[in-house]
Ligand binder design. Sequence first.
Ligand SMILES: Cc1cc2nc3c(=O)[nH]c(=O)nc-3n(C[C@H](O)[C@H](O)[C@H](O)COP(=O)(O)OP(=O)(O)OC[C@H]3O[C@@H](n4cnc5c(N)ncnc54)[C@H](O)[C@@H]3O)c2cc1C
Length: 467
Amino acid sequence: MTLPLKNFTQFENVGHSLRAPSYRFRPTGIDEIRDVFCLAKQHELTVTARGAGKSYNDAALNGGGMMLDLSAMNQILEWDKVIGLVRCEPGVTIEKLWQRVEPDGWWPPVVSGTMFTTLGGCLATNIHGKNNFKMGPIGEHVVEFTALLPTGEEITCTPRDNPDLFYGMISGLGMLGVFTSITMQMKRIESGLLEVHAWPVHDLNEHLSSLLDHSPHYDYIVGWMDTMNGGKSLGRGQIHAANYLHGKEDPTPQLTMQLSSQILPPRLFGVFPKSILYLFMRPFANNIGWWGVSTAKYVASLRRHTFRQAHAAFHFLLDYVPNWDLSYGRGGFIQYQSFLPKETAEEAWREMLTISLKRGLPSYLGVTKRHRPDKFLLTHAVDGFSFAMDFKVTDAKRAALSKMLQDFDRIVLNAGGRFYFAKNSETSAEAARAFLGEETIRKFKELKKRCDPNNLLESDLFRRVFG
Ligand SMILES: Cc1cc2nc3c(=O)[nH]c(=O)nc-3n(C[C@H](O)[C@H](O)[C@H](O)COP(=O)(O)OP(=O)(O)OC[C@H]3O[C@@H](n4cnc5c(N)ncnc54)[C@H](O)[C@@H]3O)c2cc1C
């Protein structure tokens, strides 16, 4: 069989800062995935699975190879609304999942900050939500999955059957096999609303103490950090913490759990089409403009308040602004997310924030979360916090940014931190070895040899970090 040239397509990361062309295939079932594996072997090409392509880095890029686009395998195969168990194809998005289960009184136990990710992609990176400190990563709610290995073997894994593959493939970046079905336990909810408490924090110490001290009392907690202001204000921001509603706290749960109460409106204030909002954000995507936006946001957040918010609105804030990823302009952006133990986080992030401001390369976004460790092989979690920063990429600043992120890596590693393979695009093989440890890398390579002896599954990220 020849490779159809019309399939040769340019793929990008979500931040539009990385590009790689690949032959795209869009299977509708396992047999077609098998055909792609055969074709790849015949042409000595590598294959990368891709869900929705929402990773910030090169996890779903494969320059010159083949791209297995799983978005057409998007059926919810079984849904038991009595016990909350769902079995899905890997291309089912978080959006499709919550819209199916919520009207029956259930919610996915772990979701990403966008609903457009697929379950296959979410398992491969083992996503965390704003409840990581309480519910762990998504993998902890997977009851069973099936996968096709490059050897042609079809496997079924649960925490008890094939546990090494269960804990290795979830977090394994699609490098051991391709998920073909996923069975997950949903979380019971008694209302379509959350009760959200919002309060300001005035510096980094108060910011992290708030996450630490308040997390035991909430179902979700997340911080926004003003990354544009330093000095005594460094690390200031706002905390949002939310709880599920129980019993009669919501007088009309049947109504609030309807999709019509959850779906994000297409217009801002009922008038302004959100699809063009990103164009109005562009003029602010520079250091002065963003300083103004951050300062105004902080001032607005000084009021302590409590409100009720639909689950979808609380979780998927960025989905409110379609094409927000284009607001950074031509060079796009990258995200740098570090995970640090609670004992060392403050000092390390103080240093990183100070460096970014001093070098004129500030982050335009700062999001903090509270985490706990988990037992998946390539885990990014710690007993501490994460801090996500977004950096605009321009031709003029690309080299300086890259150098700064390498400096950040050293600070994070010295502080006993970890990185997340769905986010950072700069993590080197040395950095990965330092935080994962030789033993973990050895186990991962052993699994790779067993599942994929000819290295059929490779991505740009795999070559960067494990190649
Ligand atoms: C706005 C935004 C907010 C986000 N918020 C969060 C967050 O709160 N928490 C968090 O943890 N992450 C978050 N992310 C990151 C995102 O959840 C992960 O990158 C996720 O993996 C993306 O899913 P995807 O379907 O787009 O996968 P892709 O980006 O397409 O692929 C990701 C990885 O999964 C592999 N893969 C895809 N499908 C399969 C399959 N069927 N079998 C095997 N491997 C497969 C790919 O090879 C790749 O390695 C966010 C991303 C965005 C853009």
